[in-house]
Design a protein around this ligand. Sequence first.
Ligand code: GLU
Length: 462
Amino acid sequence: MIVRFAPSPTGLLHIGNLRTAIFNWLLAKEKGEGGTFVLRYDDTDAERSRVEYADAILEDLGWIGIHPDLVIRQSERIPLYDAAVARLTAAGLLYPCYETAEELDVRRKRRAARDLPPIYGREALKLDVASRAELESRGLKPHWRFLLPNHDGDPFAPVRTDIGWDDLIRGPQTVDLASLSDPVLVREDGSYLYTLPSVVDDGAVGITDVIRGGDHITNTGVQIALFEALGLAVPRFGHHNLLTTIDGEGLSKRSGALSLRSLREGGVEPMAVASLAALVGLSGSIEAVDDLTALGDRLVLADVSASASKFDPAEVDRLNQALVHRMPYKRVAERLRQLDVPDGDAEAFWSAVRGNCVHVRDAATWRDVVYGGAPDASALGPDDRAFAAAAFDLLPAGPFDGASWAAWTGAVKTATGRKGRALFMPLRIALTGLDHGPELAALLPLIGRERVEARRPSAAAA
Ligand code: GLU
């Protein structure tokens, strides 16, 4: 199995693009037996393609855990496309056209008025050598169209021609080639549009499976015709549904919204992003999974819905939180070091605070609570302040450990008769300055005797 992910490097990858990449990756690597994953930059649009975006795409895929076996750039493969053009031209399947956009528009309207489908009428096919020469002598340059195989010998009388395939996701599909205009493969300036290079590369690389967005279904009909015209093996196709935001808006590479880059910079875990990108619109709830292998187990191509799936960007945080709450220490050890969490205690610190973090970097808040100076305990009213001050006299002796909190609060309860929230909350506020947070039983040994003593409230009201 050889799959490819073929973004144009004209912007940063977003969650919708990632869905395509991940489906291909899972199919080749997790579900298939050692398939090959090709990253192909569709960069024939020299004006809009940027090396920086190409680099960012590779880096962002790597962050998710997708490492291509092969990277190719269409801009470096032009001779292959030229050879295909020569082949199609020789077969009479590629013809020069000279219409301007305005002319085409006028024709479309005329056709519409006569109830004809709004497709190109192949007028340029009628041009003889002399009229072409005349047009070119006026400085006009041709663009080139592929003659679709939708007729029985008379291209001016197209007949219904269904091109079909068994879609890996949607089941049997057909596209009627008679309902389509002959696609332009080469622009006036000689540059290539997407269609021909894509087919030539899929053929040259031996792509076996093309998984891409449902917006390419019509292209697939055209491309199958082109594969056949070029004598290339036709791959299997699967078209997944597109993602839109909750208000139905499509995702755009150009806007940078929900880009992998911005999510990563926002401290989101790659598997939160990957889980969302892959699981939206599948049966079952969207849950964070720990790695791509587990995601592969969840993915059943035939379950992917055909209509667009709305997703709520806020889901990313929910999934992230779920991952962080169960994240093992070894996965965050380096990041905690970067957050200056003292090494010796880091594992105990992490297990104490992870349940109170949405992002790993939220650990910095708890680092300050544990290792920082005396917190602001001004939220304590006079009674609670006096109570907490007295309670500090009952702190157990010796270094604190996992049993110290229970021992301490037991003693305080006996001495004062306070219990429940009335007992715990003043102590929590005195120790942390907050009315919420990780278990104090776990925090107390981390804060340690010295810092705890420094947090002893004065009995007098502040
Ligand atoms: N560059 C195309 C895109 O981004 C690739 C489509 C395809 O997978 O063939 O939509």
